[in-house]
Structures are given as C-alpha cells and as structure tokens.
Write a protein that binds this ligand. Structure first.
Ligand SMILES: [Fe+2]
Length: 190
C-alpha cells in the first residue's frame, strides 16, 4: 500500500522539539551550517533557499529511483518503448538532482542526498513494488512526475519571493523538463 512520507516542514518542527541524539534530524541540525562565500545573496536568503532546495532534492532523488524501478519491472506489449522511455527519464532526473545539489553548494549549503535522509524527507508517494503492466507503470510514474512537477513549480514561486532568480531559473529548467517527461508518459494513456 502506498504511504505518504514525512513532509519536510514537519521534519523541521520535529527537529526543533526533541530530536534523538543519533537521529537523521539531529545530524541534519549539525550539518545545517553555511560555508562562507563571496556570493552576495544575504545569508538569511541563502539559508532559506538551501532548506527549500534540500526538500526538493529529496523528492528528486526519490523520483530518480522510481523511474529506474519502472524501467526494470515493466512488462507487456509496449515493453521496449516504455523500458527505454523510463531509462531516459531516469537519466534526465539524475541531471536535475545534480543541478539542485550543486546550487545548494554554490550557496554555501550542504546537499543532503543520502538514502536515509531521502527516505525520511521525500513527499512523493512510495512507488508500488508489485506493478508489471505497462499501463500500471504509466499511471504510477505519471503520478510521481506530476507530484514532483507541482512541488517544483511551487519552488519557483518560493525562489522568486526570496529574490533568488538563479535558483528560480534552475527550478524552471527542471520544471520544463518534468512537464515534457509527463507528456511522454501520459501520451501512452491518451
Ligand atoms: Fe537498464
């Protein structure tokens, strides 16, 4: 059964209340320092942007693994088309992961992309393991792409509000790509 993961905002609240000494949140609190940089964006802006980008990084890494899961497990008459499409999506999403992570570093932050952090923080629904038909994978992966696309589009507005046009631009590039992949996947059911 699909489950929704902890939302990054509640994870942040949990960190503020009673983190266990060895929890992922505690390690994150230790890690949540900014490196000094001559980048002229205000430190308060960079701090907020880094936290928001780390939330999207978790979603993006989750989406990347979901595309591979679909690539490996799809079966049926459209096998080769979907098998190759899902691998193309995996490759593109891997590039989006790098774009987000390296933007975080440029702002003096630490990208938090370990499996443990991603599993706790992703807002995507866990990919169902028992799917085999092409139509099932098309439905599941288009759900994941659409959910990530929505989060990234909200992120563009957040970056614009924070007056970080370059992070907004990074997310806009990713949003444009995700919209294209959603079209490629949804075309199989239209
Ligand atoms: Fe492969």
């Amino acid at each position: 059964m699909a489950t929704r993961r902890t939302n990054p905002r509640s994870a942040s609240r949990a960190r503020d209340t009673a983190p266990a000494p060895t929890s992922v949140n505690e390690r994150r609190a230790d890690a949540f320092r900014l490196y000094p940089t001559k980048n002229d964006l205000a430190e308060s802006t960079r701090r907020e942007v880094v936290e928001l980008l780390n939330a999207r990084l978790a979603d993006c890494i989750d989406l990347e693994t979901q595309a591979k899961q679909a690539h490996w497990n799809v079966k049926g008459p459209s096998f080769i088309a979907l098998h190759e499409l899902f691998d193309d999506i995996h490759g593109a999403v891997d590039e989006y992961v790098d774009l987000i992570a390296e933007r975080i570093v440029q702002l003096g932050g630490i990208p938090e992309g370990t499996v443990g952090v991603v599993a706790q923080r992703t807002t995507l629904i866990d990919y169902p393991l028992a799917l085999s038909k092409g139509s099932e994978h098309v439905a599941a992966l288009s759900d994941a792409l659409a959910a990530f696309g929505r989060a990234v589009r909200m992120g563009i507005d957040e970056m614009t509000d924070l007056k970080d046009a370059d992070s907004a631009d990074v997310l806009t590039e990713i949003s444009r790509g995700v919209d294209k992949w959603l079209w490629f996947v949804e075309a199989h059911q239209q």
